[in-house]
Design a protein around this ligand. Structure first.
Ligand SMILES: Nc1nc2c(ncn2[C@@H]2O[C@H](COP(=O)(O)OP(=O)(O)OP(=O)(O)O)[C@@H](O)[C@H]2O)c(=O)[nH]1
Ligand SMILES: [Mg+2]
Length: 428
């Protein structure tokens, strides 16, 4: 079995459902000769949608199941029955997923908000049944149309983690130790470089405030990372969206490095990746302050860089409270409402589909004339001219009863004929 826990780039093949074919069928019923066509339409094929989900942190589920198909629409049936619509496939993806078409390289969408959904492959339309093809000259049509094919696509999904805070530092600076100390995440910590090979997310829960913020720990950055040295700088894309960056510096220089050089390396690597990263609010943290070497080197660091770092010890948690407070002051995390708000059903359907459904609903409510009524409009106009009455679209006026004139409410009057029949029954 494949065993992976964090995946940040995957290939996904999607195939929407095909529309069902329309039916060619005739009404067969006792005492109904020449019943006419009654073949219903085919159902639409299911769509494939990507849905933003804040509880999903990685694309690993897609990595395990890289091909998804939505259901096909059912065939139309006799007695005007519509084929069943194909079932949609909704794929939850983490917030920050960038979707590209692999063939064209074009960006399809970027999922950023919880509940936001994009149709990445649209289901085919259902075919028309033979009932649509009857006319005065062809009262027994056998013609129907086939459903159209569902869309197919090969997509590349890239995840840019949406963390509020990004930890950057050289290998073994203590980034993972810091994340372990302030969150419930437990990334591996060890005394060798590149212990962390994949980004790890952690959430700082603020006591009593029902608020939280997220921190991303990424693999160490070394000099030349932008040219591929070490693990490269691709992981920096996970902190591209972070509102605040925390530079973690090993102030003790355990690996024989000079902390001021480490700081300069981080600045130059970030600049090489994207100069805008340096314009973000950032905190510089002097880690390993429990070691005498660190306390010795701190003044020299301040002198060389002109930066006053926050002294901390990730191993025993000293100074981390002050760091979290400083981050809260900048981020101002909002209290999270208990439970999730219910998403409107349309939220899960591409804008075009939602708009079409809303229009159909408005029509049904009588906001606009139904399409069929609009098509009948010319005939209705002629009738109105003949009878001198205005017709309301979609409404068939009551037929006048012979001998009763065209008085309003004529439809409520019981015809003479029925009286006489009733009378003869009573007489018997
Ligand atoms: N003395 C001391 N050691 C620390 C402190 N923080 C981390 N360490 C040690 O430093 C080493 C590296 O720590 P990690 O947290 O794995 O460092 P990292 O920055 O995540 O390293 P990579 O994942 O390899 O980039 C481990 O042996 C830790 O025990 C600290 O505050 N004091
Ligand atoms: Mg680490």
């Amino acid at each position: 079995m494949k065993a992976r826990t964090f995946v940040d780039t995957v290939r996904l093949k999607v195939k929407a459902g095909d529309g069902g074919d329309g039916a060619a069928s005739f009404r067969h019923e006792k005492f109904v000769p020449f019943g006419g066509p009654d073949g219903g339409d085919g159902g639409r094929g299911g769509n494939v949608l990507l849905v933003g989900d804040e509880d999903v942190d990685s694309l690993v589920a897609i990595w395990h199941e890289p091909e998804r198909r939505a259901g096909n629409g059912g065939r139309g049936m006799g007695r005007y029955r519509h084929g069943a619509d194909g079932s949609d496939v909704r794929i939850p993806v983490p917030l920050g997923t960038v979707v590209r078409d692999e063939d064209t390289g074009r960006e399809v969408c970027e999922v950023v908000r919880h509940g936001e959904a994009f149709v990445v492959a649209k289901g085919g339309a259902g075919g028309a049944g033979n009932v649509h093809f009857k006319s005065s000259v062809n009262q027994a049509p056998t013609r129907f149309t086939e459903g159209s094919k569902g869309e197919e696509a090969t997509l590349r999904l890239d995840l840019k983690l949406l963390a509020d805070v990004g930890l950057v530092g050289l290998p073994s600076a203590g980034k993972s130790s810091l994340l372990r100390a302030v969150t419930a995440a437990h990334p591996k910590v060890a005394a060798y470089p590149f212990t962390t090979l994949r980004p790890v997310m952690g959430t700082v829960v603020l006591p009593g405030a029902f608020a939280s913020f997220r921190i991303a720990d990424i693999p160490g950055i070394v000099e030349g990372a932008h040219e591929g040295v070490g693990l490269g700088d691709a992981f920096l894309r996970h902190v591209e969206r972070s509102r605040v960056l925390v530079f973690v510096i090993d102030m003790a220089g355990v690996d024989g490095r000079d902390p001021a050089d480490d700081y300069a390396t981080l600045v130059s690597e970030l600049r090489a990746r994207d100069p805008e990263l340096l314009e973000r609010p950032r905190f510089v943290v002097a880690n390993k302050m429990d070691l005498p070497a660190a306390r010795e080197k701190l003044p020299e660091f301040v002198e060389k860089t002109g930066v006053e770092p926050m002294p901390v010890c990730a191993a025993d948690g000293t100074g981390l409270e002050a760091l979290v407070e400083a981050l809260v002051a900048v981020l101002k995390p909002e209290p999270r409402p208990a439970g999730r708000p219910d998403l409107p059903p349309e939220a899960g359907e591409g804008a075009a589909i939602a708009a079409a459904r809303a229009a159909a609903r408005a029509e049904r409510r009588g906001g606009a004339a139904p399409a069929a009524a609009r098509r009948r409009a010319p005939g209705a106009k002629r009738r109105a001219e003949k009878t001198g009455r205005e017709s309301v679209p979609g409404h068939t006026p009551p037929r006048p009863i012979e001998g009763r004139g065209e008085s309003p409410g004529a439809q409520d009057v019981v015809p003479e004929e029925r009286f006489s029949r009733l009378g003869s029954f009573l007489k018997r």
